[in-house]
Design a protein around this ligand. Structure first.
Ligand code: SAM
Length: 210
């Protein structure tokens, strides 16, 4: 679609197709204007589960685009059903790290959410965790300048590790988490009901001091 025909940030038209994206290529970056049929700031929920958080937030902020990434079929189906009547949500069934590294255009994302990532608490499983130094670098590449990465976990030890990695990465500043405006996720509801502590980490992309 030529740029002049793309609607600028405003309430999306009612959406007729499926919100589930089928990618044509695994080596080309996503054409976000085509996918959303407009140009608007993009928020990405990594591991969006059943999509309840994603869809609630998208309805609150209709002028932004929302992309949910989830690898489990049952959960992506459930998210797709929820998103069906919301114009500004799209879903992709894929590995989050692949999407961040290879499919999202450079400097295209205003905010990433990683809410209750699989914790892999056993030491021998830590290598399966999503957040690594390389992953943080890929997140920073995909973020716009001053873009944010919002993380929540109930796992203190994983939280401390992520914070340590963020401190060591000169592309990020750790800022005070601003979470009051966010809907609860499905897992957050469960953890709260169990009385678990929730740890929030919010990172802002900055220009490294050289
Ligand atoms: C603990 S659940 C949290 C779901 C949701 N964010 C919430 O807070 O309700 C973690 C979700 O991330 C998904 N997930 C874990 N690793 C993933 C990956 N590498 N790529 C895509 N999805 C992933 C899981 O399938 C699961 O749905």
């Amino acid at each position: 679609m030529p740029a002049r025909e793309v609607q600028s940030a405003h309430r999306p038209e009612s959406f007729r197709g499926s919100p589930l994206i089928e990618v044509d290529s695994l080596i080309d970056r996503l054409d976000l204007e085509k996918i959303f049929a407009r140009r608007a700031a993009l928020h990405v929920d990594l591991g969006c589960g059943n999509g309840s958080f994603l869809c609630a937030l998208a309805q609150r902020i209709p002028e932004k685009n929302f992309l949910g990434i989830e690898r489990l079929l049952g959960r992506i189906r459930s998210a797709t059903r929820k998103a069906a009547k919301i114009g500004n949500v799209r879903l992709l069934r894929m590995e989050s790290s692949y999407v961040v590294r290879y499919l999202l255009p450079t400097r295209s994302v205003e905010t990433f959410y990683l809410l209750f990532p699989d914790p892999w608490p056993k030491r021998r499983h830590w290598r399966r965790r999503l957040v690594t130094e390389d992953f943080l670098s890929a997140i920073s590449q995909a973020l716009v300048e001053n873009g944010t990465f919002r993380i929540a976990t109930d796992q203190r030890e994983y939280f401390e590790k992520m914070k340590e990695m963020a401190r060591a990465n000169s592309n990020f500043a750790i800022i005070d988490p601003s979470v009051a405006d966010l809907p609860l996720t499905k897992f957050e509801r469960t953890f709260r009901a169990q009385g678990a502590s929730i740890h929030w980490l919010e990172l802002r992309k900055v220009s490294p001091v050289r």
